[in-house]
Design a protein. Structure first.
Length: 174
């Protein structure tokens, strides 16, 4: 495994010979401006497995990071590890691969590097859940008083029922 400098996560094409080569990168938190609402990501570890296939390169990239997030239910901050992966096919310009365009990157014939920085960011973004929760059992906040229900019950009454539903109290189910 080779460890490379994080200058945009560049993999030198000249160092890739026929076969599979592994590269390891570290992205410092100042480079991780990914735009996740309420998130502060720490240093990320990125592993890239590059397979040369003729003149094309298949990059299987795995990114791991610990970040501080804000819970969508209770608003508390918490630290969580995220891990994501993507596969990208790098092909010379003007080549039809049959792959989805989102999974293919074109590069000029005279290119000296494969830049996988955006792929690392994509892997991290795809690993973040759509609903960010501090735990699966997060009780959230009381809708009346705003107390964090993870810290215990509040003193609000559950009795307030919309009067339009009062008729259902007399309904008998057999």
């Amino acid at each position: 495994m080779r460890s490379l400098n994080v200058e945009e996560l560049l993999i030198p094409i000249a160092s890739i010979r026929q076969g599979i080569f592994d590269y390891t990168f570290t992205i410092v938190h100042s480079d991780l401006q990914v735009g996740i609402r309420g998130a502060h990501l720490f240093e990320a570890r990125v592993e890239a497995h590059v397979t040369q296939m003729g003149q094309d390169y298949l990059v299987h990239l795995m990114a791991e990071n610990e970040g501080e997030f804000i819970c969508d239910r209770c608003g508390e901050s918490f630290v969580q590890k995220i891990r994501g992966e993507v596969r990208t096919l790098f092909v010379h310009e003007n080549v039809d691969t049959g792959w989805e365009k989102a999974d293919v990157r074109m590069f000029p014939a005279n290119a000296q590097f494969l830049n996988v920085f955006q792929d690392a960011i994509d892997a991290l973004l795809l690993a973040v859940p759509t609903k960010i929760l501090c735990s699966e059992n997060c009780a959230g906040l009381c809708p009346k008083c705003g107390k964090n229900l993870n810290e215990g019950p509040c003193s609000c009454s559950d009795e307030s029922i919309d009067p339009r539903w009062d008729a259902l109290k007399n309904l008998k189910l057999d």
